[in-house]
Design a protein around this ligand. Structure first.
Ligand SMILES: [Zn+2]
Length: 102
């Protein structure tokens, strides 16, 4: 590979990575970034699994609360603007568990 090609590739890499400094373009630096990439992929995968687990738990807990909380339901209105008009939406919620109802 000639120097011009090398420079072009380095420039492209630098542009793509936005802010990751590549002062020498050495093999060590590339290896470091490969490891870093692998670590980020593993972290993202772990977080995605956590989010899935938490989401599942949350659904279960909400379902339990729907059935087992002695709800104290209050009615309130939320106001929002749409095309210059004020729109009020009625909401019903439990003052104990904070679940909302239709
Ligand atoms: Zn409740």
């Amino acid at each position: 590979m000639n120097d011009t090609m090398n420079d072009t590739m380095n420039d492209t890499m630098n542009d793509t990575m936005n802010g990751i400094d590549d002062p020498c373009g050495s093999e060590e630096h590339v290896q470091f970034l490969i490891n870093y990439k692998d670590m980020l992929e593993t972290n993202i995968s772990t977080m995605e699994n956590k989010i899935e687990t938490y989401t599942h738990k949350l659904v279960e807990i909400k379902q339990y609360l729907v059935e087992n909380c002695e709800h104290d339901v209050e009615t309130d209105f939320i106001y929002s603007m749409r095309n210059g008009d004020t729109i009020s939406t009625m909401i019903k919620y439990c003052t104990k568990c904070n679940l909302t109802f239709r």
